[in-house]
Design a protein around this ligand. Sequence first.
Ligand SMILES: Cc1cc2nc3c(=O)[nH]c(=O)nc-3n(C[C@H](O)[C@H](O)[C@H](O)COP(=O)(O)OP(=O)(O)OC[C@H]3O[C@@H](n4cnc5c(N)ncnc54)[C@H](O)[C@@H]3O)c2cc1C
Length: 441
Amino acid sequence: MNGTSPTKPFNLAIVGGGITGLTLAIVLLQHNVQFTVYEAASKFGEIGAGVGFGPNAIRAMSLISPLVQEAYQRCRTNQWESKQNVWFGARVGDMRKAGDDGTFEYAGRPGMKIGDEMFEIHYPNLEDISGVGGVHRAHFLDQLVHLIPSSVARFGKRLVDVSGATDGSEDVVLHFADGTTAQHTAVLGCDGIKSQTRKSLLGSDTWNAVFSGKCAYRGLVPMTKAIELLGEEKAMNSQIYFGYHGHILTFPIEKGKTMNVVAFASRESWTTPEWVVRVTKEELLADFRTWGPTAIAIISAMERHDVWALFDHPPAPTYYGTKPRICLVGDAAHATTPHQGSGAGMGIEDCYILGNLLGEADSVEDLDRAFKAYDEIRRPRTHKLVTTSKEAGRLWDFELEGHEDDVDALQRNMENRMHWIWNHDLRAELERARVIFRQPA
Ligand SMILES: Cc1cc2nc3c(=O)[nH]c(=O)nc-3n(C[C@H](O)[C@H](O)[C@H](O)COP(=O)(O)OP(=O)(O)OC[C@H]3O[C@@H](n4cnc5c(N)ncnc54)[C@H](O)[C@@H]3O)c2cc1C
């Protein structure tokens, strides 16, 4: 990372040190922008679960810095050589509609049995990147932490409010739960789905996250155990098991030492104030009681049983404000359900665009122009992700009108629906943002 002294006439606060906050910090370091990261927790950290990145996210990483791309590649897990370009192998998971002989009557696919592969979904155009795949979230975050000097981080700083400074400077004042304050030129809100910066910017509760109708059981299975239960092909390559009102994803992480599992189920409502709740194995199995032996084996082998309520954000009318100066990035701006595996990747794209615009800013007025350009360029793409992702969740669970039980329609839809996400030209997007940034006020 660039180590020269900051030269800009502004000083920024990044609130939140997750994947978005740390990636943004890395971009700002390259442009000699002065900033401090305020993190509520006592140290940077991520949960013990997997996260997958699509080709767009990996391209964004390498555009940001080869060091970020290398950090990712150090954590990434390869699938089999023959499966390098496979996003998921789609398999039959739920027994509910099996005939007496255990086979399914999907149109054009006679005789399918539980666990059988119906089709594969492939990534297009991987020539320009070294590979896609899942990583262990905590390990990836550790790699990002190594790219940032420890002097920029303040821990135990839970933001509770943002106000305008009263000293005539037009600065923002950050108020923390420990009673302390900090003054900066602007706040970059990277504080996730329950974002306080979002509340400070948008004011009303209308823009709070809403329950999406789905929840997810997340867990890990040691790979030796997974192979014993499923065989090598299923355990060591990404799979999606389809069912009614639920689906199960598995993919390898930790260089093949662990199989990551996310088992989704539909729910009419979520009434518990906590969004992550420990459940018993019996409660978990109850949601999958009609599923076949493959799914039951996967779920039974999960080492922890936490259920996550999946919320997403209504589309924010803006991602920035100038009084006080706040700009939202990553999940704070556009938290999405995970059904297209792209929430964190979109946050990384945000960082590339916003970080580069801030790198070109030479005055406080330029900050506002950078925020405006970022907002105009990023809001439509990221809102589209939130909407299409919710739809994908219903599609994967055979709940989407016109797609019930239609495996061919499901395959066609899966093959096409990710292209606008994966094949995005982020460099061209930055050029469009630069044009807006340079327009006279
Ligand atoms: C089940 C599931 C599976 C997913 N799978 C994928 C996937 O495969 N691929 C993908 O791209 N995305 C996936 N996502 C989405 C992805 O997890 C998020 O998009 C991503 O983690 C958001 O990163 P972030 O840094 O913006 O927010 P967060 O990860 O939420 O980080 C926010 C940070 O801010 C801190 N913070 C919060 N409030 C405050 C405060 N008031 N003051 C100070 N600090 C604060 C937090 O402690 C945290 O460190 C998944 C999500 C779920 C729920």
